[in-house]
Design a binder for this molecule. Structure first.
Ligand SMILES: NC(=O)c1ccc[n+]([C@@H]2O[C@H](COP(=O)([O-])OP(=O)(O)OC[C@H]3O[C@@H](n4cnc5c(N)ncnc54)[C@H](OP(=O)(O)O)[C@@H]3O)[C@@H](O)[C@H]2O)c1
Length: 277
């Protein structure tokens, strides 16, 4: 019963792409209680490809000593075998998961006619097929374990991209996968209306992460010396709101969507994209 009148709960959350960038900020948000103010986080499962990054983050979160169990699953979501590995890791624990944040993402840049078939497939897998499969697993577990429907919490958040609305010619597979992710969330929300369960999409703009830096370097010839830390200053003047998307913008929105009040929103998408579109 995640949202109880006493404010005590036992929420189990999953974040993909947790080791770096936005995923890492979301993990910190759970542990420092920016996210999920009304309930206690029982466990947090962190997923990414590289075990090292996951181990380091787990150790960092554990020093904050919150009593939350931190699990890690290292799996490459860009292929069927990796998705199966991720799923096996999740199934291994006989618990109901309450929050799934499909945040892992990967963008490879090349003109479409020259892009390798394997790169196209990988991007569709990471950005669309893996979140679809993880969502299905999450829903199966959630609905099986839903013993108190009115008090239950089941929240899926898809992290899409402004590219879904502005598909640049060099990232077409990424952009269409991110668009598909939004449409998937809307379809699931319409198909499985259930008390307590919601699925929504967040559409960030440029963020100061490894992926953001790669994108800026490709867009702006001569920007090789730019670092993640300087992206905000360099790019802000080009954006309608004169600022890039901050981690706080996204983390706070996730916080609202997984809150009790956020339960009224289902199948929606929310742009946090510096005023683009
Ligand atoms: N940064 C931006 O400007 C921007 C803009 C709009 C939307 N987004 C979206 O926001 C989300 C977070 O992006 P970010 O900027 O934080 O990216 P990031 O800094 O590049 O981090 C990506 C995360 O995803 C994991 N990942 C990448 N490929 C993976 C794979 N094949 N299998 C499993 N995990 C994988 C990475 O860990 P490993 O490398 O260890 O696997 C890492 O934890 C993504 O969905 C992205 O598409 C980003």
């Amino acid at each position: 019963m995640p949202y109880s009148s006493s404010g005590k709960g036992c929420v189990n959350a999953i974040i993909t792409g947790a080791s770096r960038g936005l995923g890492r900020e979301l993990a910190l948000g759970f542990i420092n209680k920016t996210l999920l103010k009304e309930a206690t986080l029982s466990s947090l499962t962190l997923m990414a490809r590289e075990p090292e990054g996951l181990r380091a983050l787990k150790a960092e979160l554990e020093t904050l000593n919150t009593g939350t169990e931190i699990f890690t699953i290292a799996a490459d979501l860009s292929c069927t075998a990796g998705i199966d590995k991720a799923m096996t890791g999740l199934k291994h624990r006989p618990i109901v998961y309450h929050v799934l944040i499909n945040n892992a993402g990967s963008a490879k840049s090349a003109s479409y006619e020259k892009m390798q078939d394997c790169d196209i497939e990988e991007q569709i897998y990471v950005n669309l097929i893996a979140p679809m499969q993880l969502t299905r697993f999450f829903m199966e577990r959630f609905f099986e374990g839903q013993d108190a429907p009115l008090a239950s919490l089941g929240r899926v958040i898809q992290i899409s991209s402004i590219s879904a609305f502005m598909p640049h010619a060099t990232i077409i597979p990424y952009a269409i996968a991110k668009r598909g992710l939004m449409e998937f969330a809307t379809a699931i929300a319409k198909t499985f209306p259930a008390k307590g369960f919601t699925i929504n999409t967040i559409v960030p703009g440029l963020m100061a992460t490894d992926m953001g830096l790669k994108a800026v370097r490709q867009m702006m010839p001569g920007s090789d010396a730019l670092s993640k830390e300087t992206i905000a200053v360099k790019m802000a003047p080009y954006l309608p709101e004169k600022k890039i998307t901050s981690f706080d913008d996204v983390v706070n929105l996730v916080g609202f969507l997984i809150s009790k009040e956020g339960g009224a929103l289902n199948g929606e998408f929310f742009r946090v994209a510096s005023g683009l579109l």
